[in-house]
Design a protein around this ligand. Structure first.
Ligand code: SF4
Length: 266
């Protein structure tokens, strides 16, 4: 119980800190996994790309209860297609991670999201609840989203692997390779304007690079034609706030500004 109280106190403090100490926009907001995201930055050259062209998407009426931009006319189709993938994931045994999972975590959010957040894999709480980013790091992710005027319901949140690796270890390459087609299909269906990778393993997988997160964060990369902004994982921020919080805030501002730019068509 004392441990739980301490965790809650830490979380409240972290959240307030994130919102107030120079990390504030007009309001305040972002997923989960741990140590592997903190094992950052061991490589090569810094990469920095300019966003030139981004394909625009057809939009239609806004569903009730949603604060963001109008939704795609194919919202229902996207929801259905994502549901089919979630069912496949629920029955998947393509890698050994299925053996230890309590629940698969396909991802959740707006099927027609403009922004996708991609972490490494489900942690303990995610495995228990079958939902992405619902532990302490997930709560911080929600605050990070709010800091750039986004809600979890507006974006789509998922991971590179959909089943929890034992003891939150980094997924093995064969596990990532087995699971990656699900993520690829999710991206193809959602067609986000921007992807934000949370942590080194997610960035390395999506961008097919060996460049460490400390080198590649704060830049705009590409997955196909989709701009990708890599940043540190919220778990890294919780663990080493003095080291990572400022950088994450700068990356969130980059994401916010790019999103505005893309939405305004400039
Ligand atoms: S991690 Fe992915 S590939 Fe492996 S069993 Fe789970 S859903 Fe299937």
């Amino acid at each position: 119980m004392d441990e739980l109280k301490r965790e809650l106190a830490d979380l409240v403090r972290d959240s307030i800190d994130f919102i107030t100490t120079g990390y504030r926009t007009s309001n305040s907001g972002h997923g989960e996994n741990t140590e592997d995201d903190i094992k950052t930055g061991k490589s090569d050259e810094d990469l920095s790309l300019n966003v030139s062209s981004v394909s625009r998407r057809t939009t239609g009426d806004k569903p009730p209860g949603v604060q963001s931009e109008p939704y795609s006319e194919s919202y229902n189709e996207k929801e259905k297609s994502l549901g089919i993938i979630a069912e496949e994931i629920a029955n998947c045994q393509k890698c050994g991670l299925y053996k230890g999972r309590l629940n698969p975590v396909a991802g959740e959010g707006n099927p027609d999201a403009d922004i996708m957040f991609i972490g490494e894999g489900p942690g303990e709480m995610e495995d228990i609840k079958g939902r992405p980013f619902v532990g302490r790091a997930g709560k911080l992710l929600t605050k990070m989203l709010a800091a750039i005027d986004l809600t979890r319901e507006e974006v789509f949140i998922t991971n590179i692997v959909k089943c929890r690796p034992p003891n939150n270890r980094t997924p093995h390459p064969e596990e990532v390779n087995a699971c990656f087609p699900y993520l690829k299909r999710q991206i193809e269906i959602i067609q986000p304007l921007i992807i934000c990778c949370l942590g080194g393993p997610a960035a390395k997988t999506l961008l097919n690079t060996r460049v460490g997160i400390s080198k590649i964060r704060g830049t705009v990369q590409k997955f196909g034609e989709i701009p990708v902004i890599p940043t540190y994982h919220p778990a890294a921020v919780l663990r080493f706030p003095d080291k990572y919080k400022r950088a994450v805030w700068n990356d969130l501002k980059l994401l916010r500004d790019l999103y505005k730019e893309l939405k305004s068509g400039t």
